[in-house]
Design a protein around this ligand. Structure first.
Ligand code: IPM
Ligand code: MG
Length: 351
């Protein structure tokens, strides 16, 4: 297969982890006789520095022309403590999600057998966890009306959802549930928020189209608790943008390191693969960040192209690296810590 992939490394550790995913993907391509053309493009603070804006038109054109986008991370501390900054790297990410129509963010959480005792949660709590949070990605409070009034002394952000936005996300949730254990949990705050009541009403109305799927409705605060108490009780979860942002960071703790969790952001036409972690600026340039979340994001990419065996091989070699202790410092626990690039080399060499 010929694949044209846009490569958006972004900021912080982005370029380092992306390099490893490229190494691994190229090794897979070589072994299985595929041809990958990587087209790098600017995004985030790196793009602001170069051209004054975080998601330049040229980058958008490259993404549109590609079969998929592989994305690293976005964010720079220079902007975090400057609330008055006019352009921010994160705006690039939001603009990209919106312009590419990536309304569904698929964030799986699972455990790795060799890491189960590295999770801060007890083994008996997390064993068997295999859940997917389907986060709505182009609506809600991230994109609703916002502003200041009262001479700047009052600020507001609005959580807005249309029935259509909820339906298209929920449809993906139902379909995903049908391929798994046929359990779907709709996470909302319908006891308080009107937008959540529209979510519940919309999802309830769709239940008849998927009679085999057992749907539960839970409030987000209760889910935040049960997610760490009894994560294996969940399977597919659907939720709005901000709730999903928060719950997926929480869920990443289950696996033992945030550096392990991949994701896919998909729409009707475009697909983007990215680790769920951020740009981790403290580690940038040090060759210490865990590349596995990005490598596993590339695995989802292969799977989505129908290249299941290739995806399985990436997952298998990742598991092997964990079992053999070829890990970065976040997982090394006093044992030898490998560099980001060494982990990438090892993975590629073992394919
Ligand atoms: C994520 C990140 C982003 C988000 C930030 C960097 C804007 O936290 O992808 O989860 O909030 O969506
Ligand atoms: Mg987040």
């Amino acid at each position: 297969m010929k694949l044209n992939i846009a490569l958006l490394a972004g900021d912080g550790i982005g370029p380092e982890v992306i390099d490893q995913a490229v190494k691994v993907s190229d090794a897979i391509a070589k072994k299985y006789d595929h041809e990958i053309t990587w087209t790098p493009a600017l995004t985030g603070a790196a793009a602001i520095d170069a051209v004054g804006e975080p998601y330049p038109d040229e980058t958008h054109e490259i993404c549109l022309a590609a079969d998929a986008v592989l994305f690293g991370a976005i964010g720079h501390p220079r902007y975090d403590n400057d609330p008055s900054a006019k352009v921010r790297p994160e705006q690039g990410l939001l603009k990209m999600r919106q312009k590419l129509g990536l309304f569904a963010n698929v964030r799986p959480t699972f455990t790795f057998p060799s890491l189960i005792d590295k999770s801060p949660l007890k083994r008996e709590r997390i064993e068997g966890t295999d859940l997917i949070i389907l986060r709505e990605l182009t609506g809600g409070v991230y994109f609703g009306e916002r502003g200041r009034k009262d001479n700047g002394n009052t600020a507001f952000d609005t959580m807005t959802y249309t029935r259509h936005e909820i339906q298209r996300l929920a449809k993906k949730g139902f379909e995903l549930a049908m391929t798994r254990s046929k359990k779907l949990c709709c996470v909302d705050k319908a006891n308080v928020l009107e937008s959540s009541r529209l979510w519940r009403e919309t999802v309830q109305a769709m239940e008849k189209d998927y009679p085999e799927v057992e749907v539960s409705y839970e409030f987000v605060d209760a889910v935040a608790m049960r997610l760490v108490q009894w994560p294996s009780s969940y399977d597919v979860m659907i939720t709005e943008n901000l709730f999903g942002d928060i719950l997926t960071d929480e869920a990443s703790v289950i696996s033992g390191s945030m550096g392990l969790m991949p994701s896919a952001s998909v729409g009707e036409e475009n697909r983007l693969y990215e680790p769920i972690h951020g740009s981790y600026p403290q580690a940038a340039g040090k060759d210490i960040a865990n590349p596995l979340a990005t490598v596993l994001s590339a695995a989802i990419m292969f799977e989505d192209f129908g290249l299941t065996e290739e995806a399985q091989e990436i997952r298998a070699v990742v598991n092997k690296s964990l079992e053999e202790g070829i890990v970065t410092e976040d997982l090394s626990e006093g044992e030898k810590a490998y560099k980001t690039s060494e982990v990438g080399d090892w993975l590629a060499a073992n394919i």
